[in-house]
Design a protein around this ligand. Structure first.
Ligand SMILES: Cc1cc2nc3c(=O)[nH]c(=O)nc-3n(C[C@H](O)[C@H](O)[C@H](O)COP(=O)(O)O)c2cc1C
Length: 398
């Protein structure tokens, strides 16, 4: 990707991509686990599907990281990519207007490094000129693909006519997306929900129209805007989108946490790729597991307490590279929550870590966590799966 907005985009505290070179923050170590303590899972039949291409961009795997605002930043993407199995990652949603104004927050969202590929940047906005200019800017900076957010349910996005509210304005939305497709040579994809609510299931119609105007792929979260994150995904709803298109890939999304969930998504929807959000926070090994499953029929269990502790430290180090030690901890807390929960750390010690004001204090809290170990299970075996919550209250604060 070369020159993606160098000053703002390459991590401030690193001139190198340490994943590619190994070294201090190398995550290429094997996951350690005691085979005798791991319950062997069921192995559903893996999919037999052709490779997934977004236009000229052929993805190495059909397993994608779904955008999660506040989480799918460069430090997390570096962690997940190091395990292999990930076909494409997408940034958190980025406001097209803020990007054009070179707002530092927007620039941080598109921060990347040489190992962070292929990378799609997700933009949102409702003003065609801004969206087109933002797409051109991203193309100039070397991103691999541009994704248009048509699924975000939060009020502050939909009230301005962006995100999921675009699903309520058919011709205007199709015209906007077409302008973007025409403006860049990069593959342009759209991520949407099933529709605004159950009385307006517009995703199949949009998918059909989008394919006609040259959209390269559709990602579909199988819930309506009205559902937020409640209930379960409608696999039947996703199937209708798959049936609506002729040949472009449809990426099924929602509630995939395990290989068995992925098998069901493929089987019941006919989708060609799967994107995973929350499941990757709970289990950063999921993409590797899925690829192992597809290629060998089997897969390794996720990492242990010790493996997760290593990842937590590593991701924090990446955040320090990106933002500097002074601004790292507040940014990292959301993610730390997932690590500490999945490591089965007792609430008192989680609290200690989350209240640390300096990296030294965070390290001291980690030392106590290491001493204590997990509340159930042990340090070197697979831990019980964590419960994956749905956002409660405004998603921005989740
Ligand atoms: C905290 C959070 C932030 C999200 N941010 C985005 C976003 O920036 N763009 C987007 O298209 N979807 C976003 N989503 C939706 C996810 O990409 C995904 O569609 C949804 O979580 C269902 O998939 P999952 O069950 O694998 O998490 C977000 C979801 C959550 C929970």
């Amino acid at each position: 990707m070369g020159n993606i907005g160098h000053a703002a985009v390459v991590p401030r505290h690193s001139g190198t991509d340490r994943i590619a070179t190994g070294g201090l923050f190398d995550t290429s170590q094997q996951v350690s686990y005691d085979v005798n303590e791991v319950q062997r899972p069921d192995y559903p039949a893996p999919p037999q599907l052709p490779p997934v291409s977004y236009g000229n961009l052929t993805l190495a795997t059909r397993y994608l990281l779904s955008p999660l605002a506040g989480f799918t930043n460069l430090p997390f993407r570096r962690i997940v990519r190091a395990f292999g199995g990930l076909g494409l990652a997408t940034t958190d949603l980025v406001n097209a207007r803020s990007l054009l104004a070179q707002n530092p927050k927007a620039l941080e969202l598109i921060a990347t490094c040489p190992g962070d590929r292929p990378l799609s940047v997700q933009i949102f906005g409702s003003e065609p000129d801004m969206m087109v200019e933002a797409a051109r800017l991203l193309e100039g900076q070397g991103v691999d693909s541009i994704d248009i957010n048509m699924g975000c349910p939060v009020n502050k996005v939909v009230k301005n006519g962006s995100g999921a509210s675009m699903m309520c304005r058919r011709s205007e939305t199709v015209a906007l997306v077409e302008q973007i497709v025409q403006a860049v040579r990069l593959p342009v994809t759209v991520k949407m929900r099933l529709g605004w609510d159950e009385t307006q299931i517009t995703a199949p119609e949009f998918a059909r129209e989008f394919e006609k105007i040259g959209v390269a792929a559709i990602a579909i979260h199988g819930r309506t805007r009205a559902q937020g994150f409640s209930g379960t995904v409608s696999l039947d709803g996703i199937r209708k989108v798959v049936d609506a298109v002729q040949s472009i890939p449809v990426v099924g999304n929602g509630d995939v946490r395990t290989v068995a969930d992925a098998a069901r998504m493929f089987r019941e929807t006919g989708c060609r790729a799967i994107s995973i959000g929350r499941g990757a926070l709970a289990n950063p090994w999921i993409f590797r597991q899925l690829l192992q499953w597809e290629t060998t029929g089997r897969y390794d269990p996720p990492g242990t307490f010790d493996d997760r502790l290593h990842l937590l430290r590593q991701q924090l180090a990446y955040v320090v590279e990106l933002r500097g030690a002074d601004r790292a901890l507040p940014f990292f807390r959301k993610m730390a929550h997932w690590y500490l929960k999945s490591m089965q750390v007792p609430p008192r010690l989680r609290n200690e870590f989350q209240h640390a004001q300096t990296i030294e204090a965070a390290e001291a809290a980690l030392a106590l966590i290491v001493e204590h170990g997990p509340v159930s299970g042990n340090r070197t075996a697979a831990l019980p799966d964590m419960h994956i919550p749905v956002p409660a209250g405004p998603i921005e604060r989740w």
